[in-house]
Design a protein around this ligand. Structure first.
Ligand SMILES: [Zn+2]
Length: 66
């Protein structure tokens, strides 16, 4: 059985996979906190909420930041 001589780098293997991958359209979901369209499993860019919690300092008023 043929054995690869050298390990393929992450970049090279990903380049090969990227050529075969179908182009997908990014789906967006409304944020449960503010209703803005956000990507699923990402922090909301508008209010900084994810999974019911604030994850971004942008969402907290500056006087409350410590
Ligand atoms: Zn939001």
């Amino acid at each position: 059985m043929a054995v690869p001589k050298k390990r393929k780098s992450k970049q090279k293997s990903r380049q090969g996979k990227a050529g075969k991958a179908p182009l997908t359209i990014l789906k967006s979901t409304p944020c449960p906190n503010c209703g803005a369209q956000t990507l699923p499993h990402r922090i909301c860019g508008n209010c900084g909420h994810y999974n019911g919690r604030v994850h971004s300092l942008k969402a907290i008023p500056e006087e409350k930041q410590a």
